[in-house]
Design a protein around this ligand. Sequence first.
Ligand SMILES: [Zn+2]
Length: 251
Amino acid sequence: MTELLYLPNVDAAYERTFTARITALPPGGVVLDRTLFYPTGGGQPCDLGRLSLPGGVELAVEDVSRSGPAVLHRLARRASPVEGLAVGAEVRGTIDWGRRHRHMRLHTFQHLLSARLFAVHGTRTRKASLGGSGGLLELEGPWTAPTDTPPLVDDMAGYLARDLPVSVRLLPRAEYERSPGERSGLVPLPHQVDPVRVVEIEAADRCPCGGTHVRRLGEIGPFRIDPPRVLSGRVRVTFTLPEASTPTRPS
Ligand SMILES: [Zn+2]
């Protein structure tokens, strides 16, 4: 089992380095007892970065995925065995902060967009995927008119300008069920999930989620929302956050 160091609160997503112990070495990969690397899932791509071994060897992490309760860090192929790469060894991990922060901004923006589409139009988000500098929502409901886009952009810009805080909390299931938030999550919450990790944008949204998020909406920066399109009978909307510099105060 791998402890997820980015999980407990919103500040944890701002950490960039960590130490951990190697617990398994499946072919091409490393399993650690704890990690800051986000594994691909929930529409959010994985973190990338590097692992430093005690002897000074640096290994590039090329992919991160879940394998049951463990997180698998896939390494670049090497022709010869790596000195110091052994079960029990302590490693120092460093995540690619530019990529991580981009995913945080995209993910929080997606939550707000899904919340506003639901609040204003009653439209639910069926599926969301993030990648590069943008994201895609697959919607269920009445929002199809391209003329709806400018008011939505104004509405979103108003929320970002208010710089509302974002929190991440682990709530006992029973407490979560008493006030689960207005829009349902992307998928029904399995019965065994307890506690529930709730991401809340003050005065705007409350949603169960395992992803990484920014502390305040003002951190998201400029954005673009494209007019909705209907593909294969589904309404889709895409958004883009132009590349922004990383914040000067990461933690
Ligand atoms: Zn989410």
